[in-house]
Write a protein that binds this ligand. Sequence first.
Ligand SMILES: Cc1cc2nc3c(=O)[nH]c(=O)nc-3n(C[C@H](O)[C@H](O)[C@H](O)COP(=O)(O)OP(=O)(O)OC[C@H]3O[C@@H](n4cnc5c(N)ncnc54)[C@H](O)[C@@H]3O)c2cc1C
Ligand code: SF4
Length: 413
Amino acid sequence: MADLAPVLPDAQLARNFADIAPPLTADYALLEANKCLFCHDAPCTIACPTHIDVPAFIKKIATGNLRGSARVILEANPFGHSCARACPVEVLCEGACVLNDRDEQPIKIALLQRHATDHVLERRLKLFEAGKPTGKKVAIVGAGPAGLSCARDLRRLGHAVTVFEAKRQPGGLNTYGIAEYKLRSDVALAEVQDILDLGVELRMGVAIGRDVLFDTLVTDYDAVFVGVGLGETKALGIPGEELDGVVDALSFIAHLKTHPYRETRVGRRVVVIGAGNTAIDAVTQAKRLGAEQSTIVYRRGERDMPCYDYEYELAKRDGCAFRFHAVPKRILGNGRVEGLEVETPQGPELIPCDMVIKALGQTPRSEFAVPRDHPKVFVGGDYVSGGAEIVNAAAEGVAAAKRIDELLGRTHG
Ligand SMILES: Cc1cc2nc3c(=O)[nH]c(=O)nc-3n(C[C@H](O)[C@H](O)[C@H](O)COP(=O)(O)OP(=O)(O)OC[C@H]3O[C@@H](n4cnc5c(N)ncnc54)[C@H](O)[C@@H]3O)c2cc1C
Ligand code: SF4
């Protein structure tokens, strides 16, 4: 890279990547829980894709039953812990809370959810157990939130489950992608471990389509669930993309999340191309690593940005800059990045920079063909939606487990 930003002191880095929403104290949680109106047909529950019974779990917090509260949450959502930290609650449960209509602050549902789920995760309390063996076996491709949610519910129903995961660690984007200040990898892995402890067989470093044929799974197992998420970051398709200092957002974030902070170096002047939530995560994390300038370059206007408003606000608070109506034309440099040429309504312009982060979204997966309408094959998560949230992947994994269970000839209790 042309010019690297100096490495910040460890204490500063730790502060920069500390939880953006710190946990509630016990007293505060009690106070907040008692503000809930415990609505009938609660809109917060309806707004949640996994339909967690929000008033029920909040009531349990109000009566001091944190274990029972966590059970209500995790019963509906196997990833209730990571969702408490990373869900876009502003547009889901908290956005739907009736208190908004009274011009009051909504109940802090996410922080209450975290309060309850932290309680069981930190104490390693086991809330669920595997069901009586049914003799049926299911293969799951991908150990992300979709695959593992499906795995958890299938194990509770007594089916044998083998999860095939291409990477070295399970958890999917929870482990490798969610912004560090929302969810650290060790927390993501602890949540995953709870699911694996139900007796899920995990085969790491096995890519279906490369190491094992998809058809083999269809032949060898009673059902197959595919939750492989999305593929690589899309290419820019402009000259200079191969220069040293051009990286893709997912690799940049994954490196940050799996190494000591000081080992992820950034340029003094970073440009992030794109304006979705991943672009925001990249621009803020580059700034928090010590970039002097961290700038989003976006070809459309401010109102067209696909990121959530609150993510945009966060990046602005972090001191990130925004260049709208700037279409990237080529990356300039002699071996290393020195600038990005953009076309603006005023004509071509050079934005000097030392690092370019590509964040144009992800390509679909294509390692293997999944037969449509095959009675034994089920799909869910980002692989199907094209990119949503953890909570959607969890909901689809749970729903698939129900359908697989029906296929395998059991009834629900
Ligand atoms: C940068 C970034 C930030 C995000 N931030 C948030 C956030 O703050 N909050 C939120 O709710 N959501 C966020 N999301 C979205 C969320 O992470 C995803 O919606 C969710 O992880 C999807 O789960 P999944 O199980 O479908 O896929 P993934 O999490 O992608 O998991 C798929 C798994 O399948 C594995 N796999 C792929 N191909 C194969 C194969 N051939 N064989 C075996 N295994 C394979 C992959 O290695 C991976 O582990 C973010 C996404 C990104 C990219
Ligand atoms: S809508 Fe708000 S007040 Fe009503 S149950 Fe949900 S969190 Fe409580």
